[in-house]
Design a protein around this ligand. Structure first.
Ligand SMILES: [Zn+2]
Length: 251
């Protein structure tokens, strides 16, 4: 498939033009025209690029690409090395940030909710069409420790649990990655537990004082699933060769 055509298909699928984001979504760096093999990952790090080169991929597809708002604009140092490696090897870089967090089926949040066996999943802020956070419930009440164990088993990573005091957890809200500040919205709605990727110092006090269990499941760990779902969509719908590479990241 032609690289631009693939970009158009994904842009449309993920509805990128309706998002105000911190980075450009879509084809960020152009490579060869014909895309057959795609490597997917959470972040377009040098390690991921090196594997894509080794495996003769025509494209990399990630959640965290480049050109973030506020970052230095100069193409020097680490940024130069990454971009040079991509261009030297003709590798297209596709990146989808918020659109891949929010997509109702393929998004990071939709996929994490499904993985954690949360039912009745819906937007945390129903008044916002592009609400990143989601809310739902468990089919049976869990204790704080049981939910911790479930996250650990399903994400293969021990979460940091801040006990909010409630004995039973039935309702749960979540936002992958750096979504910790949605905890206040969840607490205001009386939800029993909130899960995000990263945690801030303030999150602990909010959890304790507002009486909501909080779990930091890992930014990387909680955002591995959207890009994999998108990869499966590309394989099935577009017939391209897609492989997900998990570059370990403890954060
Ligand atoms: Zn993220």
């Amino acid at each position: 498939m032609k690289n631009i055509k693939l970009a158009n298909k994904l842009d449309q699928l993920l509805d990128i033009h309706h998002f105000k984001d911190y980075c450009p979504n879509g084809l960020q760096i152009e490579g060869v025209q014909e895309v057959k093999k795609i490597i997917t990952g959470v972040t377009a790090s040098q390690a991921l690029i090196d594997i894509a080169i080794e495996q003769h991929a025509d494209a990399i597809l990630v959640h965290h690409g480049y050109f973030w708002k506020g970052e230095k604009q100069e193409i020097v140092g680490m940024k130069y090395k990454r971009i040079k490696a991509l261009i030297d090897h003709g590798i297209n870089l596709y990146a989808y940030h918020l659109p891949l967090d929010v997509h109702p089926e393929l998004g990071n949040n939709a996929q994490l909710g499904k993985l954690l066996q949360i039912i009745d999943r819906r937007p945390l802020e129903p008044w916002d069409k592009r609400s990143v956070g989601r809310v739902g419930k468990f089919s049976q009440a869990l204790s704080g420790a049981q939910l911790s164990q479930r996250i650990e088993t399903l994400l293969a990573r021990t979460p940091l649990h801040i006990d909010g005091g409630k004995k039973e957890i039935l309702s749960v809200a979540w936002c992958t990655g750096g979504g910790q500040d949605y905890i206040s919205i969840a607490a205001e709605q009386g939800i029993d537990a909130f899960i995000s990727g990263e945690i801030s110092e303030r999150t602990v006090h909010i959890a304790r004082e507002m009486g909501i269990h909080y779990y930091a499941a890992g930014h990387h760990a909680s955002e591995r699933y959207g890009v994999q779902a998108l990869g499966r969509w590309i394989e099935t719908e577009l017939g391209l060769d897609v492989a997900f590479i998990d570059i370990d990241n403890p954060v």
